[in-house]
Design a protein around this ligand. Structure first.
Ligand SMILES: [Zn+2]
Ligand SMILES: [Zn+2]
Length: 578
């Protein structure tokens, strides 16, 4: 610790990952410089229909862009790197990470348009680099994606250790053990603060070794007589490698179904983070040429994701794979809370198709990548920090971790509960709470960031409950004269073919709305849109008592280029729901 006159207080700010799991992001600030550790995203629950993902509110970072010294990534999971492309579209940054982490980030960045100036800088576990006034050491820990690290950040106020997502696997399948020595050395430096993963604080003992999962998969593979279909997380390199190895041992070829999986396997192989037995991988279209006992299919969609390879297979909707009698399906993944019903629906459908299904914690086909209570204790004992703050947890996890640390002798005032956006300031071994910065979640929907607010979410709730109605009109582009329609299309509202009267009334309402507006003078399409929306919506309310979303579709038609206005309308949404 340097207590020189220029020593600056250290500010620690969490922008995500505490209180609610997901979108992990932590800021460290000293001498006017910012160091960012991780920049993740989270996948929304059912209260955010249609929102693809949520990223941290990064206003504070963007407002202070010129003060950002760099970004450090602990590992390649989306909840740690997934928000970064959105930041890099608004400001350049220097980004440090291990090779697989940066490889996974590059896959994501390919879909974005980062501002020039960003640089990705590869590091190895054990490296120590200077980032502005911070001195950062990268330390090997085990996790469910390879090449994960924790970081030791040397600051003016002392050493801060951030564990990243970790567990201690003493028989890791990649042969790379956690760096107990470095963590122990950190302990001898009397760290100021430990930020510890607390995800599995509810579970006793140790999380277990990935090696045991490989062995269990091996037994299942040996017993299976028909085809094997295995699903796991697409980022779980070790698990996918085990599926290849066990398949090779049993004389099976492996076909991979799912784009994210194929891409991650290629990336990991290219970076030397994955080694597959030669000649085992085959393309999906060759599966049909082989006998069932010669085939393993590795499929994405372990969480029951609606359009995933796995889900399509469970309903007979996959182009190449039809699951049936004699097949064994293995869910080699945890059920993330919130996804259970989707996953179990897939399990049901697989049983319906006659498959044998292996799933759930008792089967031993999955271990967590996060340490259990004894691993959390071990981390605390190795690093012996003055202050400790649990991260990567829902609120109950933070509280349980606080109890765990207090049982081990840390006084209550030194177990810190971070809150999103709250600033903790450390000076001379003391901590004070020093205000707040903007924090929260931004909804990302397709290409838009932060433009999906409460109003839109309410709309979407309406959409999912009462459906959507689209009154469609074709208007002459020059005079805005009505030349086609109105037609009424709908989805999820009523069975249109059985509701001719309603449709006829809505068509009349739309026409009358157009005519009233035309009587007032030249038709303005925007006003027409608003009037249609309100008039048709009211009419539906009167007729059915329901409130579907009404989205008028106004098609300007250039008569010279396109004489067939009715054809234009056909193209809008196709035929009515039947
Ligand atoms: Zn992780
Ligand atoms: Zn994580």
């Amino acid at each position: 610790m340097s207590n020189t006159s220029e020593a600056s207080p250290l500010r620690v700010i969490s922008l995500g990952g505490v209180g609610t799991m997901g979108k992990n992001m932590t800021l460290f600030e000293q001498r006017g410089e910012l160091l960012i550790v991780d920049c993740g995203l989270m996948f929304p629950g059912t209260d955010h229909p249609g929102v693809d993902l949520i990223i941290p509110d990064m206003t504070y970072v963007l407002d202070n862009a010129e003060r950002v010294a760099g970004v450090v990534l602990t590992h390649g999971h989306e909840d740690h790197i997934g928000g970064l492309p959105y930041l890099l579209e608004q400001m350049p940054a220097l980004v440090w990470g291990t090779s697989l982490t940066l490889g996974l980030l590059e896959n994501r960045l390919a879909e974005f348009d980062p501002v020039p100036g960003t640089e990705l800088i590869g590091v190895n576990a054990g490296d120590r680099v200077t980032i502005g006034s911070f001195d950062v050491e990268f330390v090997r820990v085990n996790h469910s994606v390879r090449d994960g690290v924790g970081v030791g950040i040397h600051t003016d106020q002392g050493l801060v250790v951030h564990t990243g997502d970790f567990k201690f696997d003493q028989t890791p399948v990649d042969g790379i053990s956690p760096d107990f020595q470095a963590l122990g050395r950190f302990g001898s430096e009397e760290p100021l603060l430990l930020l510890s993963d607390c995800t599995n604080v509810e579970r006793p003992g140790f999380a277990g070794s990935e090696r045991d999962v490989g062995e269990r998969l091996g037994r299942i593979f040996s017993e299976a007589e028909g085809r094997l279909i295995v699903t796991c997380f697409a980022s779980h390199i070790s698990r996918m490698e085990a599926v290849f190895q066990q398949s090779a041992r049993c004389g099976r070829k492996v076909a991979v179904a799912g784009r994210s999986m194929v891409r991650n396997i290629q990336t990991a192989q290219r970076l030397g983070a994955m080694e597959l037995p030669p000649g085992v991988e085959i393309p999906l279209e060759q599966v049909a040429d082989l006998a069932p006992h010669e085939v393993t299919i590795l499929a994405s969609g372990s969480q029951g994701e609606p359009y995933s390879a796995m889900t399509r297979m469970t309903v007979g909707g996959h182009k190449w794979i039809e699951i049936g009698e004699g097949d064994t399906v293995v869910f080699s993944a945890s059920f993330i809370p919130g996804n259970e019903s989707m996953i179990l629906r897939n399990v049901d459908n697989l049983y319906r198709r006659g498959a044998r299904v292996v799933y759930g914690p008792e089967e031993g086909v999955h271990v967590s990548g996060h340490g259990n209570r004894d691993e959390l204790r071990l981390m605390l004992n190795l690093t012996r920090p003055r202050f400790v703050a649990p991260v990567h947890g829902d609120y109950r996890h933070l509280m349980l971790y606080r109890d765990l640390a207090m049982e081990m002798g840390w006084p209550a005032e030194r177990v810190l509960l971070l809150e999103m956006g709250h600033v903790l300031e450390f000076d001379n071994g003391q901590m004070v709470r020093a205000g707040e910065v903007a924090a929260g979640g931004l909804n990302v929907d397709g290409l838009g960031v932060g433009d999906v607010g409460e109003v839109v979410l309410t709309d979407r709730q309406a959409l999912s409950e009462d459906g959507i109605v689209l009154p469609a009109l074709a208007l002459r582009k020059d005079t805005w004269e009505l030349i086609g329609g109105p037609e009424i299309y709908s989805r999820g509202f009523v069975f249109m073919s059985e509701s001719e009267e309603i449709v006829a009334e809505l068509r009349d309402e739309a026409r009358a709305t157009y005519e009233r507006l035309a009587d007032e003078g030249p038709v303005d399409p925007e006003r027409l849109y608003d009037r249609l929306r309100s008039a048709v919506g009211k009419r539906i309310g009167v007729l059915t008592g329901r409130r579907p979303m009404v989205l008028p579709v106004i098609i300007p038609v250039d008569l010279e280029a396109q004489p067939a206005a009715e054809d234009e309308l056909e193209g809008v949404v196709g035929a009515d729901e039947a």
